[in-house]
Design a protein around this ligand. Structure first.
Ligand SMILES: C[S@@+](CC[C@H](N)C(=O)[O-])C[C@H]1O[C@@H](n2cnc3c(N)ncnc32)[C@H](O)[C@@H]1O
Length: 218
């Protein structure tokens, strides 16, 4: 018998931020469920260890979840968290490179306007700009009209990065890869969203100088 626990990878940041992210998602996911009823579909892009999706799937059990990763070596950890929590509303992880056109995501099985929610945690600043472009372009195709992309991480706002710890984090990221770094919500992300028929509905300030941004498809 496979020992699922041995495959679990643990990220302490994911463990810390899952609670405030869940409390913010609560404003959207539960509201929709009470008013609409049927199972809705949430696609997570860059699921990492699987800690987030397993936690959210327990707290919002009426959704169907699809974890995805570029790094397929993380699949065993994602599967481990699904199995440990005995979740029946989470599909097995699938490969997804956000730089690919959305017609290729999940081997072409995602139809246009077939997804209710896309969740993306801590990818935008730890990847090249092409990934952020791919994320917004993909969401403009796969999201249903009026539905949401949630992005979480540290951001710049109108040319400013605050506090000093985020300035240092941005420098640290750029030293690792000059194409990485905190993206500017007002100067970069809002224009990119608008180009893709989306807009920033709400920005929530969360602990540790991170934000959860809610983008809506018009
Ligand atoms: C900082 S980790 C965040 C993981 C997880 N969301 C979390 O917050 O714990 C960034 C993740 O993005 C994934 N990633 C990097 N490039 C990607 C791409 N082009 N498409 C999809 N995922 C990508 C990495 O494999 C990694 O798991």
């Amino acid at each position: 018998m496979v020992d699922m626990r041995s495959s679990l990878q643990f990220c302490s940041a994911a463990d810390r931020n899952k609670v405030p992210i869940k409390e913010t998602l609560d404003k959207y996911l539960n509201f929709e469920l009470t008013s609409i009823g049927p199972k809705q579909f949430l696609l997570e892009i860059s699921s990492g260890t699987g800690q987030h999706i397993a936690y959210f799937a327990q707290h919002f059990p009426d959704l169907v979840y699809q974890p995805t990763e570029l790094d397929i070596s993380l699949f065993s950890s994602i599967n481990g968290y699904i199995s440990e929590s005995k979740l029946t509303n989470v599909n097995p992880p699938e490969y997804l490179d956000v730089r690919d056109p959305p017609s290729k995501w999940l081997e072409g099985r995602l139809g246009e306007e077939s997804v209710d929610y896309v969740l993306n945690i801590n990818l935008i600043h730890i990847s090249e700009w092409k990934c952020t472009e791919g994320l917004f372009y993909g969401c403009s195709k796969i999201l249903k009209l009026g539905k949401y992309l949630f992005t979480y991480g540290p951001y710049a706002f109108d040319g400013n990065i605050t506090p000093e710890s985020n300035v240092q984090f941005n420098e640290h990221l750029k030293m690792q890869n000059p194409e990485w770094g905190l993206r500017d919500v007002d100067r970069e992300l809002k224009p990119l969203a608008a180009k893709n028929g989306m807009y920033l509905l709400q920005s929530y300030s969360l602990p540790a100088n991170n934000h959860l941004l809610v983008w809506q498809k018009r």
